[in-house]
Design a protein around this ligand. Sequence first.
Ligand code: G16
Length: 572
Amino acid sequence: MAYNAEEAEFVAIEKAAASFPRQLPDRDFTYGTAGFRMRADLLPSIMFTVGLLASLRSKKCNGNTIGVMITASHNPAEDNGVKLVDPMGDMLNVDWEWYAAGLANARDPEKLRNGYMHCINKLKVDRSAPSKVIFARDTRPSGATLVKALTAALDAVKTPYIDYGYATTPQLHYLVRATNTVNSQYPYGEVSEEGYYKKLAEAFNRAMEFAKPNGAVTVDCANGVGAPKLKELIKHLPKDKLTINIINDQIENPDKLNNRAGADWVKTQQRGFEGFDGKPLDRYCALDGDADRLVYFFNEEGKVFRLLDGDRIATLAASFIGDLVRKAGLDNDITLKVVQTAYANGAATKYVEQVLKLKVECTPTGVKHLHHVAAQADIGVYFEANGHGTVLFSERALKTIRKHDPQSPAQLTALDTLKALCDLINQTVGDALSDLLLVEVVLAHKEWTVADWLGTYKEFPNKLGKVNVRDRGMYQTVPGTAERRLQSPPQVQIELDNIVKKYRDGRCFVRASGTEDAVRVYGEAAEAYDVDDMVGSVMSVISNLSGQMIEPVSEGEKSADVPPATTTTTSV
Ligand code: G16
């Protein structure tokens, strides 16, 4: 880019940025577990800088298309957020997160100019290279204003873009990969929302070829974007293979988003959406606000609530895919690995290692970490307990599956189902709609009810607590411990260790949330009453640090017998 063109670009950036002044000059923003996330009114200036970075990232990636997803996922309606999507549909390269934060924290035009130049120089970006961005948003009303900030930045740097309107987060990831692979040997799919539905529906049809239909599932859509998108998907699905009922689809009322409904509510509160009154063994599941998380649940006789979370989806998928690999005669060629975080229930980890005989790896929270590790396996099954995850098939595994010559009709059947799963499962990111179809395929093949699924292992009693704090930045974990130990404040880990040793099979850790101003406390122990006590004591340590009393905001309802988990929130 010639000097004059560069200067003209700076002028255009500064002029456009003036319409989106930075809020809260005293606060530094970070690119958290899943991008920037906060109260929506604080976001326009950040969204503007994200537009600049997306353009630079596209230039750095040889003009490949970069995605920008505007969503605050499971957070309340008044929040919003933004995450960047790399060319193959995975999360933004972590090395770029620091630069994204640097730009977002530029306080004035001069700092913005310096920050922009710093990115160009340090990241070795050719400013004259081509660039392209696509973006979409969830149903939050604040999304419209944020789109203005994003497009103002893209216009200023002359980066062409396509606005896909409302989409689920995984749909945007799909579109990014489909766009960038359209001329490759293996295009990911048609470059359209319709193409996404067609790909999933066609693969589901094939995956169900050797299974009997297995009844109905009712989907709690968290009153978010997953509702209209699931309705579209249903139009493409075969009518006779699965019945899907939809509830909590009120996207026209923004206050209802994630409010007493959806995957985060169900998982953290250990109960169904408000008004849930499932008949015994009827199958239910819940999506979150941008439909990248999925958890299943049901009532047992006597209305005992039962949750089948991300750990359960991982074990179900790993056991089924492992069987298919074996039955297809590929077990000497392809290995499976399961990737979890410290939030995975110890019983799930034990089941994978001892019953499924598969290797487990543990990473820090955030699908960006799990995805990276799973991508190194032949087949990597990764799920967070909160329901966020997918199964990755490596290029090597795909080639082996494609060229395998089955030696019997049974091998052929298994191979065909395995091939269908390669297309059914979203390879870019955890996708609640794709995961929903995957779970339904497995249950149909196994002819299982939700109770059969639950019966595979018994969870250790556990509890997830949340303490709202003013400065979550002071809670840092020890690198390399997958967030199981705190480095600072040091006294918290010392007190936590002293508390945990009082309980049989006690395990507890504390980490700062990457999406909310809160600290999470997770614990497991041999007895449910011990878990309550242990996690409560650790939460008190954190509350006392700020010299304030615990004020319970909400408490999860406990099941009648051994409760799998409960959640408590306190504010300090
Ligand atoms: C995001 C990430 C998830 C992660 C979750 C944790 O979820 O995408 O991988 O598990 O945050 O949140 P926290 O850091 O607050 O514990 P989502 O669905 O909100 O995008």
